[in-house]
Design a protein around this ligand. Sequence first.
Ligand code: AMP
Length: 281
Amino acid sequence: MIIKLNSGDVVSRYLEKYRTSTSTIGFVPTMGYLHSGHLSLVKKSLQSSHATVVTIFVNPSQFGKDEDFGQYPRDTQRDIDLLSSMGDVGIYIPTMEEMYSPNHKTWIEVSALSNRLCGHSRKGHFRGVTTIVAKFLNIIQPDKMFMGEKDFQQLVILEKMVADLSYQTKIVRCPTIREQNGLAMSSRNKYLNSVEKEQAASIYQSLQQAVAKYKRQNVLSRKMIIDDLVSHIELHGGKIDYADVVDSQSLQPAEKVGPNCRILVAAFFGDTRLIDNIGFD
Ligand code: AMP
């Protein structure tokens, strides 16, 4: 059953009875246009929480001025239909005014982690993400927040924010759900034509190849990994935005490739920017 929660006050009232030592509240933040990746998070929340709240909000402050905020796919009725078959889900779709009063002045920033990789290509993006998630955490006060590894940098930044600001919420990392050809599911995959969709499978192929090669050879430099990855993706028509092997916690370039590292990549297919990542463990 879908429980429509029309404002922050309604969310608080609905959750009141779950704020006990024996109940848990799960939270899944999304920008809507849901796919199986989002639904896997909702499923996890339903399995391990007494109440689940899903937010749908296309957050303008995480889009640059030349980005796709206006075109970002939206279909609220479809989202509600998808969620309604899953169980008792509270859906909170705030208005723009509720999230950003005309006089909004406060921003949250996890400075050290937010300026590299996606934060370098998308200036101000993570400041928008951390601010909106902080607002949702304040309203919902969940025990657990379910997030996808697909957005790995976002995950690490939010884990740091939650620790630094003493939120009582535990972030649950959830694996990336993929199309049959390996392409990570994303609402933005809608922008890809069928040729681009096939070509974009090269992103995950290149990540898997890098890990396989590392496991075969054991010693592999960061530069060798990046070079292989870039040539494989470019060979399949992609244009690299960034590719790097980083320490999984600091997100700084890895000095020595090992199990504590992760490859993060962003590439354009046509006009669509896609991201993906893989660990070595
Ligand atoms: P978004 O709607 O893109 O802001 O994503 C909302 C949440 O869903 C974030 O925690 C994402 O990491 C997660 N997510 C998006 N795509 C996937 C996917 N393919 N597999 C697992 N989680 C995902």
